[in-house]
Ligand binder design. Structure first.
Ligand code: SF4
Length: 331
C-alpha cells in the first residue's frame, strides 16, 4: 500500500472499546504492510487508556490468520487490515479494524471508462476501498454503463469485495467485464480466471490502469503441472490457521491419490513456507492452505507446489481447460 495514502486505523473507536471493556491487556495484529505503524498506534492507545499493549510479531496475511496464541494472552485483540470471515470462532475477543483508505477513486474510474467496451460492468475491490464502490458506480452510470456490485458468499463481508481466496462476488452475476479498484494483481487475475472475462485494474493510488493478464501465471501453473505429471509421492499441506485449515479436502485429495496408485502424506503446519518443506523429500506438494502460496511462491519450493485443482489435473480427474485459482468457498 502506498505510504502517502491515509488509512483509517480507527484509533478513537479502539480507545472507546478498551475503556468500555475495562481491558488491562490488549493485542494488536497488523498485516505486513502496516506493521511499521504498530509502535505509534500502540503508544497512542497505551497513553490514552493505560492498557498494556502486546503487538503480534507473527506474519499476518488475512482475516484467516488470527494470532491464536496472542488471543489467549489478551482480553481483546484488534486485528487490522481485514474484514471478518464467517467462521471466526474467536470473534468474541477479536475486533476487526478494516483500515479503509480515503483515496479518491473517481478520477481513475473516469480514466477507465473509455477502456470498458461492455455495457454491464461488475465492480470489485478489496475491503480497503469497498466504501468507495458507490462513487465508482456513479461515474460509470454517468457514462451510460450498467453497474453491478454483487454480494459474495458467506466469507465475503461486503458486496463487491473479493479476497485472494474468494471471488464469489464476481461470479454471482453475469457481467460483460469487470473493473477492479485497487493496487494488487492477484485478485483481478483470480477474477479473470474465475469468470473468463476481461478485468481492468484501476489503481487509485497512482491513478493508472492495467490489464489483468493471466497468460504469464497460466504458463507458470502449466509448468508446475507438467513437472508433477511423473510424481509418485505427494505431500498434502494443511495449515492449522483458523481460516485456512482444510483437513477434509486434504483427506479427499489423499484418497484420490491412493485411487491412482500414488503415495500421499498429509503434512500439517502453521505457516507454509519453502523452508518449512525443505526436508520433506516428496516429488510434489499440494497446498490446501492459503491459495496464494502456490502462486506467489512459485519456483521457491524444493518440489512443484500444486493447488488442489492442479492436483486433479495431474491425476487426470480434471481437464486442463478447467484451471482456475483455488478458492476457499463459504456457504
Ligand atoms: S487464505 Fe490467503 S487469500 Fe484467503 S484471506 Fe487468508 S491470506 Fe487472504
Amino acid at each position: 500500500m502506498s505510504e502517502g495514502e491515509a488509512f483509517d486505523f480507527q484509533i478513537d473507536r479502539i480507545i472507546t472499546i478498551v475503556k468500555d471493556t475495562g481491558a488491562k491487556v490488549i493485542g494488536l495484529q497488523f498485516p505486513e504492510g502496516f506493521k511499521r505503524r504498530s509502535p505509534g498506534i500502540g503508544s497512542k492507545i497505551e497513553d490514552e487508556t493505560g492498557v498494556t499493549v502486546l503487538i503480534s510479531g507473527n506474519p499476518c496475511f488475512g482475516a484467516c490468520d488470527i494470532d491464536v496464541a496472542l488471543v489467549d494472552n489478551v482480553e481483546v485483540l484488534f486485528h487490522f487490515g481485514h474484514a471478518p470471515l464467517d467462521d471466526n470462532a474467536l470473534s468474541r475477543k477479536v475486533y476487526f479494524i478494516e483500515t479503509r483508505s480515503d483515496v479518491d477513486v473517481k478520477a481513475v474510474v473516469e480514466l477507465a471508462v473509455p477502456e470498458l467496451k461492455g455495457q454491464k460492468i461488475g465492480l470489485i475491490t478489496t475491503v480497503q476501498h469497498v466504501h468507495k464502490l458507490k462513487d465508482a458506480s456513479l461515474v460509470l452510470k454517468e457514462h451510460g454503463k450498467d453497474c453491478v456490485i454483487c454480494t459474495g458468499d458467506s466469507k465475503i463481508a461486503y458486496p463487491g469485495q473479493v479476497l485472494g481466496c474468494n471471488f464469489s462476488a464476481a461470479r454471482n452475476e453475469d457481467c460483460d467485464e469487470y473493473l477492479y479498484i485497487g493496487s494488487g494483481q492477484f485478485h483481478p487475475l483470480g477474477v479473470s480466471l474465475a469468470t473468463k472475462k476481461h478485468v481492468l485494474i484501476a489503481d487509485p493510488f497512482v491513478n493508472e490502469l492495467r490489464e489483468a493478464d493471466s497468460s504469464k501465471v497460466l504458463r507458470q501453473r502449466s509448468a508446475v503441472i507438467a513437472k508433477s505429471l511423473d510424481a509418485e509421492s505427494f505431500g498434502i499441506v494443511v495449515s492449522s490457521k483458523p481460516g485456512q485449515e482444510r483437513m477434509k479436502l486434504a483427506e479427499e485429495l489423499k484418497k484420490m491419490a491412493k485411487k491412482h496408485g500414488k503415495d500421499a502424506y498429509i503434512l500439517t503446519m502453521d505457516l507454509v513456507t519453502p523452508d518449512q518443506l525443505l526436508q520433506f523429500k516428496m516429488d510434489a506438494f499440494v497446498n490446501t492452505a492459503c491459495p496464494r502460496i502456490a502462486v506467489d511462491e512459485v519456483g521457491r519450493f524444493n518440489a512443484p507446489m500444486l493447488t488442489p485443482l492442479e492436483f486433479e489435473i495431474v491425476l487426470g480427474e480434471r481437464e486442463w481447460e478447467d484451471l482456475y485459482f483455488d478458492e476457499i468457498a463459504g456457504e
